[in-house]
Design a protein around this ligand. Sequence first.
Ligand code: ADP
Length: 268
Amino acid sequence: MTVSPSGTPTRPASRRLGPAVPAPRRIGDAAPAAEDAPRPVLRLDGVSKVFPNGRAALRDVDLRVPEGDFMFLVGPSGAGKSTLLRLVIRDELASSGHVIVDGDDVARIPRRRLPNLRRKIGVVFQDYKLLPSKTVRENVAFALEVTGTPRRLVRPAVDRVLGLVGLSDFSDSLPAQLSGGEQQRTAIARALVHDPRLIIADEPTGNLDPLISWEIIQLLLRINELGVTVLMASHDADVVTALRRRVVALEDGRIVRDEIGGAYHRET
Ligand code: ADP
C-alpha cells in the first residue's frame, strides 16, 4: 500500500474565496502553528462502524487527509464510502475509534458547537438536495440563514459563490428550470458559501452525463486550487483514472489501497 505523503501540494499565495462571511478561520488563512507537521483537515483513527443490525460498514479505518488534498474514495457498492462520509459530518457516530475534523473529535463536539462543524464542511450529494420552491439564490442563502448569518452578509456571500460556480445569470431560476449540471453547481455553491475547509462530495456526478460530469469535476478541482480540501466518493472510473489524484479504495469496510495518482482499478 502506498500511503499518502503528509506534505500538501503547493497552492497559490492567495487562496481566499473573497471577503464576505466572517468566520473564525477562513479559506486561505494560515493554519495555526502546530508542533511540526500541518494538522490534517480530517483524520480517522481506528474507526469502525457497526450498525444496530450487526452489519459492520467500516472496520478499523485509519485515514489522514492533509489540507489541500483532492482525494477520491472509491470501492464497490456497499464498501462503506457513504458511511465514512456520514461519520465525518456526524450524521452517524463511530462505534469505535475517532473522527477528527480540523482538530476536533466530532463525537465530542458539544451540541452548541455543532453549527461550527457544519460550517467547516460543505456537502454535495448525488441528487443535489435543493429546495424546489426556492430559487438558486435562495437555496444558497438558506444555508447561511439557518446558521444565523447576519442578513447584510448573506447577499455578498451568495453573489460571490454564484460567480465562482458560473451561475450568476441563473440566480433567480428555480431548480426545475435548470439542467442537472446547473443544479449540481447550485449545490456546490451552497456547499461553498460558508467558506468550508473541506468539501465532501458523495457521487456528485452520479446523475450526470460524462461531459457535464467532467465540468463538475473541473469546478471541484478549481475549488481545490483555492485551498479547499476535497473528498469525493466516486464510481466514475474514467474520471478517477484520468485525474491521477489520491485514491483511497474501500472494500468491505476496510481501506485496501491508498495511493497518489492511482487509478480506479487495481490493475490499471
Ligand atoms: P457505499 O457507500 O460504499 O455503497 P455504504 O456505506 O452505503 O456503502 O454501506 C456500507 C454497508 O453498510 C452496506 O452493507 C450497507 O448495507 C450497510 N449499511 C449502511 N447504512 C446502514 C444502516 N443505516 N443500517 C444498517 N446497515 C447499513
